[in-house]
Design a binder for this molecule. Structure first.
Ligand SMILES: [Zn+2]
Length: 237
């Protein structure tokens, strides 16, 4: 079965939605069980990551309210023959009227493929030297072309748009043009996720993504204020 390979670049995401990536489900199995909808209260952000409005102020109505859920597809998880669906909880901030989506940290912000799939594919290809065909087969991806263009694209985007929130800390500015540069960056990522078990792409991908906020291509750690440039822009808007 042919499977469409689609990635949504971050710049094409809805402009006024802040995405929080955090631990929502313990396992991928729970993530993909759409009958297990996360409770609105359990995932409600303590404060708006954009304007700081608190969800709970004694004696006042909720500052951040449930705003429904949506289902998004997840691609490439081993053992799945078709795209799976995950439920995402949404909130509305009464301070700035922006929407906040809370994404499980098994997902990668702005991508259809799960974080562990992207990390595993890049590690197998660039570090272990597996061929594109092998990796394609492993993830059940069937494409007409001999090369899995997504894999090439991921290498180029590595730490530029993929895990872009780690780029500054890891000293990366430009696309990874060569295999060697891609290899170096995967090694950096794996070192960054050192707390996760060696070669456990599932655990590593969660460590790399969890507790981050994403808005209009800018990212910062959950619980901190947005970077100064963005904060100024938010005040103007
Ligand atoms: Zn707000």
């Amino acid at each position: 079965m042919k499977r469409a390979i689609v990635a949504i670049p971050l710049h094409r995401q809805s402009k006024n939605v802040a995405v929080i990536v955090q631990a929502v489900f313990d396992s991928v199995e729970d993530l993909l069980d759409t009958s297990r909808r996360p409770a609105v209260d359990a995932l409600r952000p303590k404060s708006c990551p954009l304007c700081g409005r608190l969800a709970h102020v004694p004696g006042q109505p909720l500052g951040i309210v449930g705003h429904g859920t949506y289902e998004r597809q997840v691609l490439g998880l081993v053992g799945l023959t078709a795209a799976a669906l995950a439920v995402v909880q949404r909130y509305l901030c009464r301070g700035c009227a922006r929407t906040i989506s809370v994404l499980a940290d098994q997902l990668h912000p702005g991508r259809w493929y799960a974080g562990e799939v992207i990390l595993a594919a890049l590690r197998l290809h660039l570090v272990e030297g597996r061929s594109e065909a092998e990796i394609r087969a492993l993830f059940g991806v069937s494409v007409g072309s001999e090369t899995w263009r997504t894999l090439r694209r991921w290498r180029r985007q590595l730490l530029v748009t993929l895990w872009y929130w780690l780029a500054t800390r890891l000293g990366v500015k430009d696309p990874a043009e060569t295999r060697e540069e891609g290899q170096r960056r995967v090694a950096q990522l794996l070192a960054e996720a050192a707390a996760a078990a060696a070669n456990d792409d599932r655990a590593s991908a969660r460590v790399l993504a969890t507790a981050t906020v994403h808005f209009q291509g800018v990212s910062w750690p959950l619980g901190r204020d947005p970077p100064e440039n963005l904060a100024r822009k938010l005040l103007r808007d």
